[in-house]
Design a protein. Structure first.
Length: 202
């Protein structure tokens, strides 16, 4: 955890006690002119076949949203699973809205995110985005699925409430179906799960 705990990267962590190990942290492509631009509080997790099949990360902060979208594009994240409540960013246990409104775009340095559609259901909200790199014109589609059934966690680091399999089942099913659909569309990629710490709920 030497990289995550360095003086330069500490400000990119929501909590000092929730940081990635050096051996499996996600490494971003260096940005010319930006020191320490390879760090994001995110970890690769091995799947059953020992592949780095998905990523766990903390909720994006205002200062790290650009790094989050860089990670989505660079690591071809086709599905984003959000396990957090939303807030304006003042509550550390909640997630700020790091994506644009419906039919709008947001720009994060050389990355443009367009909000294509939203579907709201009782257990979750599904949002589709187009993510584009303006430097090389690379573009990909990603789907964010926000689970709505978790009780509020008052401080972000301690959460004893766990949804039952019946409660979270539809969310897991739609996430797996979306990953499978992306594979059939020749867009096989990683899945990303984020919560306040990147570990408690994930």
């Amino acid at each position: 955890m030497k990289v995550a705990s360095s003086k330069e990267n500490k400000v990119k962590n929501r909590f000092e006690t929730a940081v990635p190990f050096d051996r499996n942290r996600v490494i971003l492509t260096p940005v010319p002119g930006r020191d320490y631009s390879t760090y994001i509080n995110a970890s690769f997790i091995e799947g059953y076949d020992n592949s780095e099949s998905f990523i766990l990360t903390q909720d994006p902060m205002e200062s790290t949203s650009i790094d989050f979208w860089r990670m989505v594009l660079e690591h071809n994240i086709s599905v984003i699973m959000m396990l957090s409540e939303m807030d304006d960013g003042s509550d550390t246990s909640c997630c700020l809205q790091y994506w644009p409104e419906d039919d709008q775009e947001s720009t994060h340095d050389h990355i443009v995110v367009k909000h294509v559609s939203t579907v709201t259901l009782p257990a979750y909200i599904q949002r589709d985005f187009l993510v584009r790199n303006t430097r090389n014109r690379e573009e990909m589609r990603t789907t964010q699925i926000q689970y709505l059934g978790w009780s509020h966690c008052p401080n972000g680091t301690e959460d004893e409430t766990v949804p039952s399999p019946q409660q979270i089942g539809p969310f897991v099913s739609i996430a797996l179906e979306t990953i499978a659909t992306r594979s059939r569309q020749l867009q096989a990629g990683s899945a990303c799960v984020h919560c306040s710490t990147g570990s408690i709920r994930s």
